[in-house]
Design a protein around this ligand. Structure first.
Ligand code: SF4
Length: 466
């Protein structure tokens, strides 16, 4: 526990925090850290120096489960007082609702103090209060209005909803996070405004299904700044574009499904209000595989839709993820996917070899493929994806692009690293910036620079700052 300072005032209790998992988990972590700070707790950089450790876990794929369990083990060994939250905390062994089912984390690490599921700031705080009582004087004034961000100050994730109404057969997120719950549009816009006002230059809109925003509340009309606004993706995106404009900031959309109403936001992209970038998790192209996956918008004609998007906004960059070797995938179905990739010319594509996630209904589908076939198909897919992506990157050589600077030691005298509108942080490539030619030109993290693209290398571009 905390020891007294020389002046006799007790030091604030220190909480260690580890945040694992996706951007959605990261925003949960930010909420918890903000609350801790608001109540006067300090954070500790080491397990050993903390009064208690919180581990925010991920439970999506088996590797993430292992990483989370290992981290909990380390925290227990080094500190001994551990609270677990996040997706893995909601996982049980034995079927859901089954009498014999038991919490997975508790079964493996029975010494943890408390376990909660995702999106459980209050439960986590209750557990913290129980084991490390609140300090007397909450330093509420020290908390910035926009909370504590774990991402660098110049970009931030904006979570617009929790949960998902779909039931994709390979996914267990709905069983962990529940059905879609959209945040009130006024709250979302207030948060966006305060982020821009605090210096955020890139806002990344996230959820499980961004295009479904507002479905759960029947697109109810909310209020913001005293004016009515519908809880709907098109209206949200329009307002975010308006909020970003005076700050010269970017708005980037993730996890958008190819529903017809997505066409409505293309004009905002074409006019530069929001970035012409769409992260659309297609997962496959063949209608039968999509049906077996129970994918949303599986009946849509995705190739035609993509072509229409490109006609409406020629500079649009599309990122997507795919699964190769899904149960029952025939060679012909896989070839269909390769043809789709060649024709659709997806700018940034990732591919997973299908891997069963415990608890997912796809595990019971007939026609499971051997690991070697799944891996070989993933490699064949990536060869096509990389040739498409390299050709697209090579086309940019000679162009001038706006680049947001992420890293620039010594004011960029030796160059730096940034991203163009085509690169989302952490998942896409970067623009490696050469040292500026003019002695007066500096590069600063969180600022924009124009750059002439002089070469393409792997997933990245090389740019000369102008
Ligand atoms: S859309 Fe499908 S993959 Fe995405 S969270 Fe919902 S169920 Fe899972």
């Amino acid at each position: 526990m905390s020891s007294p300072t020389p002046a006799g005032a007790p030091l604030a209790p220190r909480i260690g925090f580890v945040s694992l998992g996706c951007p959605k988990a990261l925003t949960d972590s930010e909420l918890i850290l903000t609350q801790l700070r608001a109540e006067g707790y300090e954070t500790s950089k080491s397990f050993a120096g903390a009064d208690l450790v919180i581990v925010n876990t991920c439970g999506f794929i088996d590797d993430a489960v292992k990483e989370s369990l290992d981290t909990i083990g380390e925290a227990l060994a080094e500190n001994g007082r551990v609270i677990v939250t996040g997706c893995l905390g909601a996982k049980t062994v034995g079927g859901a609702g089954d009498e014999a089912s038991a919490n997975l984390v508790r079964q493996i690490h029975p010494k943890v103090l408390a376990v909660t599921g995702p999106h459980a700031t209050q439960e986590v705080m209750d557990a913290v209060h129980l084991h490390v009582p609140k300090p007397h004087d909450p330093f509420v004034d020290l908390v910035p209005a926009h909370g504590i961000k774990l991402t660098p100050r110049h970009y931030a994730y904006l979570k617009i909803s929790e949960g998902c109404n779909h039931r994709c057969s390979f996914c267990i997120i709905p069983s962990m996070r529940g059905d879609l719950v959209s945040r009130p549009i006024g709250d979302v816009l207030n948060e966006a405004r305060s982020l821009f006002e605090s210096g955020v230059k890139e806002l990344l809109v996230i959820s499980q299904d961004t295009s479904a925003y507002g479905v759960d509340v029947k697109y109810r009309t909310g209020f913001w700044d005293g004016r009515p606004v519908r809880t709907r993706m098109t209206e949200l995106v329009e307002k975010l574009g308006e909020l970003a404009e005076p700050h010269g900031a970017w708005v980037r959309l993730h996890y958008v499904y190819p529903y017809p109403h997505v066409d409505e936001i293309l004009p905002f992209m074409a006019s530069g209000r929001i970035l012409p970038y769409l992260d659309v998790p297609f997962q496959h192209s063949h209608p039968d595989v999509l049906k077996r996956m129970k994918r949303p918008a599986s009946g849509e004609r995705n190739l035609e839709r993509l072509q229409r998007w490109r006609e409406a906004c020629p500079q649009i960059v599309v990122r997507s993820t795919f699964i190769a070797g899904f149960p029952g995938e025939t060679e012909a179905e896989f070839e269909h996917l390769l043809d789709f990739m060649r024709e659709a010319r997806i700018d940034r594509a990732g591919c997973f070899a299908y891997s069963p996630v415990s608890g997912a209904t796809a595990n019971g589908l007939p026609g499971a493929l051997p690991t070697e076939v799944r891996e070989a198909r993933r490699a064949r897919f990536m060869a096509v994806a990389e040739s498409v992506s390299s050709a697209k990157l090579a086309d940019r050589v000679g162009a001038e692009m706006q680049v947001l600077i992420d890293h620039a030691p010594a004011l960029g005298r030796k160059g730096g690293v940034g991203r163009s509108y085509a690169d989302a942080p952490e998942i896409d490539g970067v623009v490696r910036l050469l040292p500026p030619q003019k002695a007066s030109k500096t590069l600063k993290v969180g600022e924009f620079t124009r750059a002439r693209i002089v070469a393409a290398e792997g997933h990245d571009l090389i740019g000369q700052p102008l």
